[in-house]
Design a binder for this molecule. Structure first.
Ligand SMILES: *Cc1c(COP(=O)(O)O)cnc(C)c1O
Length: 416
């Protein structure tokens, strides 16, 4: 494993985290190059060309990580023009980019068309009409996949389930045929695929395969009507074990998908994994500021906050918390909380930890939706990010400086 103890010190690959902190401070994101590459390979082994893996950039969009994935052959799933610019800055190719998201602006459409991306994942009839207009204005045709909502229960947290009728995402199954017909007839649109994304942090294969069956049935129907569909993109959503759950069966899922698609024939498959590629490849390291015994509970106040890692506050997400130095002292039952002025600013409730002031803790599985969701709330500069490869250490993002935080702010001119 990547993050393991050697002589009671937690290491990232061959680097002691204590040493990384001595050089770079806390809060500190530390990623493992080998883990990202191994996670990628787990998918790639079962996904021969022409099938394509498009890494979901929003999970972790650091340029060094995008560059690593591009070098491994990744395409990219983006949800904004900003993410497209990042992919290009990191050396990714526009022709391997699919553009998801419910609210694409005209400016984003223009930019993505000019860059010649592989496909727009269109989420509504209104978006389809707008994209057609924008493409015609530019004198091009937009390659389109329709995001269909297959209405399956992904059995995950309600805030990260996206494939039910009640969600804002995608085109309802009952409307999909009509929208596909329209897409096939619009002069600025080339309809090439269908896609779905039923949610995130899904550990079972069955919801994905239920969704695939519904999507493949729709593809058959459309083909019978003379509407050709060349690709099926099943989105991302494959979960990782945060608290010793059984890992998702990635190879079983990918093989089952290919088998089902082959039975229909003539389909290129796409997947958009995010969390499964980077989630377990990163930790957030934080220092204990205070041990604060309380009336009902004891608290460990740490120097990372919800602005650095918001998943516990946002989704009640569980992250394991480990001491950077293993100790033989008796553990206390503690809540691990940050310094931000919100009761929701916590990393873990009722954890057994022996840590005291000055000790370091590692918040595990923080590689996905960690840094990318971080903010400057409470005027806290965002953390530095480090990539470890064996015993090599690369600073892939410098710690933000205070002055960066008010760059662009201005005092008002004197009122008249
Ligand atoms: C967020 C998202 C993904 C990635 O989800 P993971 O759970 O990180 O794999 C893929 N596709 C779409 C459309 C998304 O919104």
């Amino acid at each position: 494993m990547t993050f393991e103890y050697r002589n009671k010190q937690l290491h990232a690959e061959d680097c002691a985290i204590r040493d990384l902190v001595a050089a770079h401070g806390t809060p500190l994101y530390v990623y493992s190059h080998a883990t990202i590459a191994a996670n990628w390979q787990r998918f790639a082994d079962h996904w021969p060309a022409p099938h394509k893996l498009c890494y979901a950039v929003k999970a972790n969009s650091n340029l060094a990580i995008l560059n690593l994935l591009a070098s491994l052959g990744a395409g990219f799933d983006i949800v904004s023009g900003g993410e497209l610019a990042r992919v290009l800055a990191a050396g990714g190719k526009a022709e391997d980019v699919v553009f998801s998201g419910v609210g694409k602006s005209r400016a984003e459409m223009v930019y993505a068309l000019e860059q010649n991306i592989r496909c727009f994942n269109v989420e509504s009839a209104a978006e389809l009409e707008r994209l057609n207009d924008v493409a015609l204005e530019l004198g091009v045709r937009a390659p389109v996949s329709l995001r269909v909502n297959p209405d399956v229960d992904a059995q995950t947290h309600p805030y990260i389930a996206t494939g039910l009728k009640a969600n804002k995402f995608g085109i309802a199954m009952k409307d999909a045929r009509g929208v596909a017909e329209r897409a096939a007839n619009l002069p600025g649109i080339v309809l090439c695929g269908l896609d779905c994304h039923i949610g995130s942090q899904i550990l079972k294969v069955s919801p994905f395969l239920d969704a695939a069956d519904r999507m493949l049935a729709l593809i058959r129907e459309l083909r019978e009507q003379g509407i050709e569909i060349d690709h099926l993109d099943m989105g991302g959503g494959i979960g990782i074990p945060y608290q010793q759950e059984d890992a998702a069966d990635v190879s079983g899922y990918l093989q089952a998908l290919r088998k089902r698609a082959e039975a229909v024939g003539g389909l290129t498959l796409l997947l958009e994994p995010g969390r499964a590629i980077v989630g377990n490849a990163g930790v957030l390291v934080t220092e204990v500021e205070y041990y604060k015994p309380g009336v009902d509970k004891n608290f460990l106040l740490v120097d990372a906050g919800m602005n650095d890692l918001i998943r516990p506050a946002l989704y009640q997400a569980y992250h394991a918390i480990q001491p950077v130095k293993q100790s033989a002292e008796d553990a206390n039952l503690v809540d691990v909380v940050g310094p931000v002025c919100e009761t929701g600013d916590f990393f873990g409730h009722a954890r057994h930890l022996a840590a005291q002031e000055g000790d370091l803790l590692a918040i595990m599985n923080a590689g996905a939706y960690g840094f990318t969701m971080s903010s400057n709330y409470n005027t806290r500069p965002r953390a530095a990010e480090i990539m470890v490869a064996g015993s090599d250490v690369h600073v892939i993002r410098q710690r933000e400086q205070l002055e960066d935080l008010w760059k662009g702010e201005q005092l008002m001119e004197k009122l008249r």
